[in-house]
Design a protein around this ligand. Sequence first.
Ligand SMILES: Nc1ncnc2c1ncn2[C@@H]1O[C@H](COP(=O)(O)OP(=O)(O)OP(=O)(O)O)[C@@H](O)[C@H]1O
Length: 361
Amino acid sequence: YLPARGVTWGLLPRPCHVLVLLNPQSGTGCALQLFRSLVEPMLAEADVAFTLFVTERPNHARELVQAGDLSQWDTVAVLAGDGLLYEVVNGLMERPDWQAAIKKPLCTLPGGSGNALAASINHYAGNTRAFKEELLTNCTYFLCKGLYAPMDLVSLSTASGKHLFSFLSFGWGFISDVDIASEKYRQLGNARFTVGTIQQLAGLKVYKGRLSYLPVETSSSPAHEGSWPEDPLLVPFDQPVPKHWTVVPEEEFISIFAIYQSHLGADFTMAPMAKLHDGSIHLFYLKAGVSRLGLIKLFLAMEKGTHLGLNCPHLHYVPVRAFRLEPFVSTGLMTVDGEPLACEPVQGQVHDQLCRIISGS
Ligand SMILES: Nc1ncnc2c1ncn2[C@@H]1O[C@H](COP(=O)(O)OP(=O)(O)OP(=O)(O)O)[C@@H](O)[C@H]1O
């Protein structure tokens, strides 16, 4: 236990009891089989007891963690894609006792088609890239070891009054469109994103809007000061962003993407500089005017996280504490942690170390 800047690492108690939430439909539909063949034997060997809860529909897990008594479990593990963990985080934040509930260590066991947090945690642990069963084995091993670390969350609010918590990303434009359009190829697992990228390249669109942000370097207070339920860095949508924010002069984009962890997929290292709790939103935006070939080169480089090294004049990167995006036309979808969100003005700020996650290092 290291009480530095409120940071709390820790170890799960022994004996320990884990609640495993499993989406049988996630990814290629093999999550239950993977649990029985791979996860359960490892938990047995490590003497970790579990209760298995198989979800029957969307929001089933959210309702369970929103209202249920979680005190009997030392950690809540999610064997699914990032979408189910997103439900769990938001369900915990909707509880009257959210302050205590969100400190329950969470664990991601990759069983979906989008397993970005698992890939990030595997990367932070110093492991080489891993996919499918290998990535699941690594993450199950982290659970057996029981070490947890703080993780930042980003609170997002929309002009229509929605309030969401995000552990991974917010996006608009090309990358979000690939994520949404490739949903129908989920049976392909991770390869769905390659198919989706090729498809979206054919009908490349320009997205018009105003992007503003508060850079990390000009933000005077650490994001954990004045934490949720207040968003001290944000002002209401009917007011302009504060004067010390930066407003991007260009208003035509191919993609805007804010990510808070290193990976957007098992083979998609979007922010290699990111850490579990660095108090930063890693904001990328790609201005209109980039050629299709330039875009392909960027995406190929993103596999290894070398895209910034290409010095593409259309790609901008800045670490920020808060941002606001005001689309000029409300058509299409945005994404939060890979889940769709109707297009409207959105702003968000990072909250340092708001939750905890099982990690390998
Ligand atoms: N039993 C179920 N049947 C259908 N959908 C479910 C079920 N349980 C959860 N869901 C929903 O499925 C969605 C995707 O889940 P998950 O993240 O586990 O899979 P995935 O294959 O990685 O998909 P994605 O990449 O969209 O996140 C979540 O939004 C969740 O609400």
